[in-house]
Write a protein that binds this ligand. Sequence first.
Ligand SMILES: [Zn+2]
Length: 130
Amino acid sequence: MQCILCESFFAEETRFFNLFTFKNICPTCEEEYRPKATFEWIPIDFGYLIHHYLYPENLLNKRQRDILMQHFYILFQEVLISKQSRDVMLIVDDEGFEVFTESLPWILGFRCLLVISLVRQSFEDLMFFY
Ligand SMILES: [Zn+2]
């Protein structure tokens, strides 16, 4: 089988329980790209922004990001289970981050922003120190 992330070939032992299912990600990539749900609280002017993400660094190319979006459900589960209050929830990807920063004056009207993305985005420009 060929890994859809790194395109290297790998073998998997055939057993009865995986007889009709095929892994498409190699064990090395499974370990390297294991999603870890993390969140940060970022104080902004008269409110806060909570940023949930799965990968701390943006080292993924577009194809890898598209494949790893299959783990996005983890963030939805975490956000839906959490008791964090929010005025608005935004899903921001790399392309959407530019639109997000451009439309910031309208978005900052909400005091409790919840932003979820696959990889960590930098909101340091928004930080407000008390
Ligand atoms: Zn791989």
